[in-house]
Write a protein that binds this ligand. Structure first.
Ligand SMILES: C[S@@+](CC[C@H](N)C(=O)[O-])C[C@H]1O[C@@H](n2cnc3c(N)ncnc32)[C@H](O)[C@@H]1O
Length: 283
């Protein structure tokens, strides 16, 4: 991740006090699980992974290796971040409200101490984690409530790390056409729905001694069929409902105009925010 530490505002962040950008008009957590449960197969098949550099940066801020660290992966979904953390030697407890997402995680990575749960009421004892992660999931929680829960479950000196892959294609006509279409077809969707002053929101909770933001850019190449499956795995695409197939057909045409060989070059910006609670962390 290339962005220097300590910069108070991020590109795209509203100024403090300017108010949050619009959230989606629904919560992912439902009475029985998660809106992602119905999307688990598409999700597991085509969601992008995360750059390893995220973990390097977290280790630097934490001041310790993740090898042997106690890590909670909240909103773990099908386990994309869980497996990244396991490969680095962390002891990971995945927490996820969606039973189908959790089942998919355990099918792919059996034997983990995974639990059903909500980031706003973690089913964990106080002071047991060195690191709590939310990969692509922090925008689904109420920040003051989930930040207090994270601070409770962390050991002194531990950190909350939240990150996202955002498609970084504002200059591309195919992306603008897609966003226009989503704003017409997905109820309440607005392209800036995830642009929020995440670092400031965490500072304002008062639980953290240090809040650092980093970002990096990367891209992947993905075939058209998989690209459309990835589209299906998004909650706001699923929310299109009866007109979903119309949306996907229009996307197919639009993408083929931009990428006639059927291989989409998809640029990402990964945003990482790390918030450390006070105290020394045992190595
Ligand atoms: C976009 S997915 C990310 C999944 C996984 N972390 C990854 O990187 O692929 C968001 C996940 O957050 C979960 N989620 C939604 N609301 C939540 C909440 N209140 N507490 C914990 N997890 C939540 C969803 O069920 C879903 O699995």
């Amino acid at each position: 991740m290339t962005r220097p530490n300590g910069t108070p505002r991020e590109p795209g962040d509203p100024a403090p006090g300017a108010g949050s950008s619009p959230a989606l008009p629904f919560r992912a957590r439902t009475a029985t699980g998660s809106v992602f449960d119905a999307l688990a197969d598409a999700y597991a098949a085509t969601r992008p992974g995360y750059p390893e550099q995220i973990l390097v940066d977290i280790e630097r801020i934490l001041g310790r290796s993740l090898f042997g660290a106690d890590v909670v992966d909240v909103g773990a979904g099908t386990g994309i971040a869980t497996r990244l953390l396991l490969r680095r030697g962390a002891r990971v407890v995945p927490v996820e409200p969606g039973p189908d997402m959790l089942a998919r995680l355990l099918d792919d990575t059996p034997g983990l101490p995974a639990v059903r749960g909500d980031g706003e009421a973690l089913p964990l004892r106080t002071g047991v984690a060195d690191l709590i992660c939310y990969a692509q999931a922090w925008h689904w929680v109420d920040v003051p409530v989930a930040a207090a829960e994270a601070a409770r479950v962390l050991r002194g000196g531990g950190a909350l790390a939240v990150w996202w892959n955002d498609v970084d294609a504002q200059q591309a006509r195919w992306w603008q056409r897609q966003q226009d279409r989503l704003e017409r077809m997905s109820p309440g969707y607005q392209r800036g729905y995830r642009t929020r002053p995440y670092a400031d929101e965490l500072r304002w909770t008062g639980h953290f001694e240090e809040v650092v933001t980093l970002s990096g850019r990367w891209e992947r190449r993905i075939g058209l069929a998989d690209y459309l499956t990835w589209q299906r795995s998004k909650s706001y695409v699923a929310a299109i409902g009866d007109r979903l197939e119309d949306y996907l057909a229009a996307e197919r045409d639009s993408i083929l105009r931009a990428f006639p060989d059927g291989v989409v070059v998809e640029p990402f910006r990964t945003l990482l925010v790390i918030a450390r609670v006070p105290g020394p962390l045992a190595a």
